[in-house]
Structure formats: C-alpha cells, structure tokens
Write a new protein. Structure first.
Length: 310
C-alpha cells in the first residue's frame, strides 16, 4: 500500500486528530472543497446548481457507528426530511445511507426497520443507496440489502473493488436485478482481505465493471454505477460499453462533490449519466481524511491552503 495512503488511513481513526482538526481554519477551508457545507440547506443548494448542468445528486449525511437507538431514529427522521425537501424543490436527487448510522451495531432488525421506513417514503422511481463500510460489515450489509431488495426494487448497494470477495458478491447480486455502485474502497484492510496494490485494484475494478455492463445490456432494469475519479479507468470502461453497443446514458458515473468538476460536466454534456455524491454534516473528519487517502495527491491542495492561510 502507498505509504501516504497508509498514514492517512491511520490518521482517519485517530481520536485526538479528529477532536482537534475542526479547530483549525485552514483544515475547515480545505474540507469545503469536498462538501458544500454542514447543513442540509447547503447540500440542497449545491444540488440545484448541479441540476442546472444536467447533473444529478446523491445526498449523504456524514457520520457512522451510531450506538444509541434514539440517535439512529434521529438519523432516519433526518433522511425523511431530505426526501420531503427533494420533492418540494423538484430535485434530481437520491440519498445514500450508512447501515451503522441506522443502528446496525445495535441490531440488524433496528437497522432494517429504519431503512424500510426511509425506502417506503422515497419516490419508487428513485433509488435509496446503501453504503458499504469496512470489510467486517460486508456480510451484514449484503444481508440487509438482499432483504430490502426482496420488498423494494428501488434500493441499491455499494461494492468495493479492492476486496477479494467482491467478484463473488457481484455474481450473486446481478441475477436479482440489483442496483450497484462500484467503488475502489477507502478502508485500511489486510492483504488477505483486500488487494494491497493499486494496479490489482484497478484491474479488478475493470473486470467487475465489464460484468456489470454486460449484465445491464442483458437486463436493462439493472443499474450499473461507477464511483471513481480515475479518468484512465473510466475511459477503458467507456470504450468497453461502446464496443458492446451500450448507449451513453447507460454508463452512470458517480463522483464526489468538488473533485473532477470539469469531467462531471463534460460527461453530462456528452450524454452520459453524471451524478455527484454531496456529503454534508458536522462529522466530516474521518470521511475527509479517507478522501485524501483515496488520492494522496490531494495533500498538495491541503498544503497550498495551509501556506495561503499563514
């Protein structure tokens, strides 16, 4: 694993750094590159700006590992508010939730109940996405997803290309006409669980992407979304889709807010399905450092902000 990535992933779990980072203005200013603000109103405003460019949004409220049932319920109520706001403002927007934010650590039944409450209030034409967390949650998360998919067709799940198990997981989900967002992975995992080398992750991602696109071609109800900012990889995926006769709109790319904005707009202009994951909330530290770990070159952006602040 890249040394910078290893250091950043370790820093993402450091409680002292988490507690002190928010006190520094240069850190908060850097975070603004990756999220429009901490409030839902900030995310809604960002979605309106993106929609004017024919780019959809996917909202996620930051935070994870809720250990109190009342707090899990508060998160659920918040997402119901998000759905109401999206409807009122007629936004092209969906939501993405973390199972541990809905109480998975407390009880799978509690988590499913909260998830079901959210899905029941979502427009059936839109997908409620379930995020994937660290490898020790994969089994429980996929159980949760399969159960939800048995009741609701408009639910999707995230899979991580760096995990050895993901090819088997994908093969088991595609026959269910699943909605899948494929990402590389942003947690610190041992080599017996995840590919440690970037080239191996990239090749596995491309392999999985091809399987998703071929399944999409055979069954249009499958939703294949690719969460990456790797333009070389996206070009390979695009060429594969074109070669196999898939229209551009069937290639859905989901990028993070503030990263590769020019490419997000280009994809939308050229007829691809372009979506942006808009994160917000006060629990941004762990999420932010993981974003840096995904692309350590972003540390240069942090350094420039630090220099400018001084």
């Amino acid at each position: 694993m890249n040394p910078a990535r290893s250091i950043l992933l370790a820093a993402s779990q450091n409680a002292w750094l988490r507690d002190h980072a928010a006190r520094h203005k240069f850190v908060r200013r850097t975070v603004e590159r990756f999220m429009p603000g901490e409030e839902l109103s900030d995310a809604l405003a960002a979605a309106q700006r993106l929609q004017a460019k024919n780019i959809g949004s996917i909202f996620t409220r930051l935070g994870e590992n809720v250990t109190d049932q009342a707090e899990a319920r508060t998160v659920t109520e918040h997402y119901l508010e998000v759905l109401r706001s999206v409807k009122e403002k007629q936004l092209d927007a969906e939501i993405s939730v973390k199972p541990t934010q809905l109480g998975l650590d407390l009880s799978p039944e509690l988590c499913y109940s909260d998830l079901k409450t959210i899905i029941e209030q979502e427009d059936p034409r839109r997908v409620v996405w379930i995020d994937m967390e660290a490898s020790n949650y994969v089994g429980a998360t996929l159980q949760l997803y399969r159960r939800a998919l048995g009741e609701f067709p408009n639910v999707g799940v995230c899979l991580q290309a760096y995990l050895h198990r993901t090819r088997d997981d994908l093969a088991s989900l595609l026959p269910l006409r699943a909605s899948i967002r494929l990402v590389k992975g942003a947690y610190s995992e041992p080599p017996e669980i995840a590919f440690p080398e970037k080239p191996r992750v990239d090749e596995n991602y491309f392999l999985l992407a091809k399987e998703m696109l071929l399944a999409k071609k055979a069954e249009p109800k499958i939703r294949a979304a690719f969460g990456t900012h790797d333009m070389v990889l996206l070009q390979r995926i695009s060429e594969f889709a074109t070669t196999n006769g898939l229209p551009k709109k069937h290639l859905e790319v989901q990028m993070l807010y503030g990263i590769q904005s020019g490419e997000q707009e280009r994809l939308a202009r050229e007829g691809y399905t372009s979506k942006v994951l808009v994160s917000y909330g006060s629990h941004w530290y762990t999420w932010f450092v993981r974003r840096l770990a995904e692309r350590p070159a972003n540390l240069w952006f942090v350094a420039k902000n630090l220099f400018h602040f001084r």
